[in-house]
Design a protein around this ligand. Structure first.
Ligand code: SF4
Length: 412
């Protein structure tokens, strides 16, 4: 039984890296610092499975809620007094020694490492968890969390799949109301439209800065590396947004002064890592071999929609933004739209090829590739498919495949 696994778990699991302690108000990110200093700290935080930012922020009694990928209405959580925190598994630093007993072998790493974090008390600073129903794995994980952490509220968020029905927005509004009520057990205030309108504006500001970062990468890929832009985005799901927005303003100002490096490289779209995230080493490798990633599915939450106008009913505006979003990834949209979506993205990014980077055993990502490949074959757009796992450490084979792919386009 899962509860037996919990009984055998060791909260002082020894595979964690040294624990990083941050200031309670996260001054490390709210005061001005050179970008390379911020990025070094971000790298430490992102690879620390004990959530140093959350431990620091909740030390004074504030509440944080963990949100499994790919989409949770973070604006709503923020408006009821919670810090929404993006959960992205354990990365390369978590040894799976308890979760294997509860989950089968042929499952993605993020499901196992997220459960491992729960079983080893590394998610203790969280007061609740939200699991969007994106696949069977996420659905089952929510059920397991409810059993292994019975004192901590969990919520299975049912996101709509039919975007054409007149009832879709209404359904999502009622789903959001239920989520807010459920989270009162996690320390949330009751829902009210005024605070939600203010939170929507804060998240509008965060998305606009991240969109600006993406636009700069697309126009001048040599100005900021993929890993740097990824780390800044990851921080966006870990820090209070009141701290992250001014941080991004400082970063954008500093980037304007940075010289743009140019090099022989191909422009590629990166498709597939919308849920489980590749390691920083693998992200670095893409650029080392000569790929300029000008469009990517990493952390799709920040590109879900543009500005939301909260001036009417803000809860309906939030639900409508989700439903009307053009995001077309493995866990959203009808199969019939996939071919057109990939071609549009390649064209918009002026990409020369596509790299499919999918988490091992991620069925939603793998199913889509069949449809994507048909469209790309038709248009003779080159592509390469690689799989990854969180704890992969050797990328020699991936390097070889990537180098061959890059050369085949560069010297075509
Ligand atoms: S990586 Fe894929 S299979 Fe695993 S939880 Fe995410 S969407 Fe589901």
């Amino acid at each position: 039984m899962v509860s037996d696994v919990l009984a055998g778990a060791d909260p002082d699991a020894s595979d964690s890296p040294p624990v990083l302690e941050l200031h309670g108000e996260l001054e490390e990110f709210s005061r001005a610092a050179p970008l390379d200093v911020t990025l070094r700290l971000a790298r430490e935080i992102v690879t620390d499975p004990t959530y140093p930012t959350v431990r620091a922020w909740t030390r004074s009694g504030r509440s944080a809620v963990g949100c499994f990928p790919v989409y949770t209405p973070q604006e709503l959580l923020h408006s009821i007094g919670l810090l929404p925190v993006a959960l992205h598994g354990g990365g390369e630093n978590v040894e799976i020694s308890h979760a294997d007993a509860a989950l089968g072998s042929f499952l993605c790493s993020i499901s196992k490492s997220t459960l491992e974090l729960a079983l080893t008390a590394r998610l203790a600073p969280f007061r609740g968890f939200v699991f969007p129903y994106i696949c069977d794995v996420s659905r089952n994980l929510e059920g397991i969390f409810a059993r292994v952490l019975p004192e901590t509220p969990t919520y299975m968020l049912h996101l709509p799949q039919n975007f054409r029905s007149g009832a879709t927005v209404r359904f999502l509004v009622s789903e959001y109301r239920r989520l807010a009520e459920r989270l009162e057990r996690a320390g949330a205030r009751p829902y009210a439209p005024g605070p939600l309108a203010a939170s929507i504006e804060l998240f509008n500001a965060q998305r606009s800065r991240i969109a600006e970062l993406a636009a700069r990468r697309r126009a001048h890929p040599g100005q900021i590396s993929l890993a740097e832009s990824y780390l800044l985005r990851r921080l966006g799901g870990l820090l209070p947004r009141e701290i992250h927005v001014p941080l991004l303003d400082r970063v954008l100002a500093e980037l304007s002064e940075r010289p743009v490096r140019s090099r022989d490289a191909i422009r590629v779209a990166l498709v597939g890592p919308f849920c489980e995230q590749p390691s920083l080493d693998l992200i670095d490798l893409l650029e080392q071999v000569g790929c300029e990633v000008v469009d990517d599915e990493l952390l799709p939450l920040y590109g879900w929609y543009g500005r939301i106008d909260p001036s009417g009913d803000p809860l309906e505006a939030l639900a409508r933004a989700y439903v009307e979003s053009p995001v077309d990834i493995g866990v959203r949209a009808a199969p019939s739209t996939k071919g057109g979506a990939i071609l549009d993205r390649v064209e918009a990014a002026n990409a020369q090829g596509v790299i499919f980077l999918t988490a091992k055993f991620c069925e939603p990502a793998l199913e889509d590739i069949v449809l994507y490949r048909k469209a790309l074959d038709r248009e003779r757009i080159p592509y390469l498919h690689l799989e990854f796992e969180e704890r992969s450490t050797s990328y020699e084979q991936a390097r070889l495949q990537l180098e061959t792919f890059v050369e085949s386009i560069l010297f075509d």
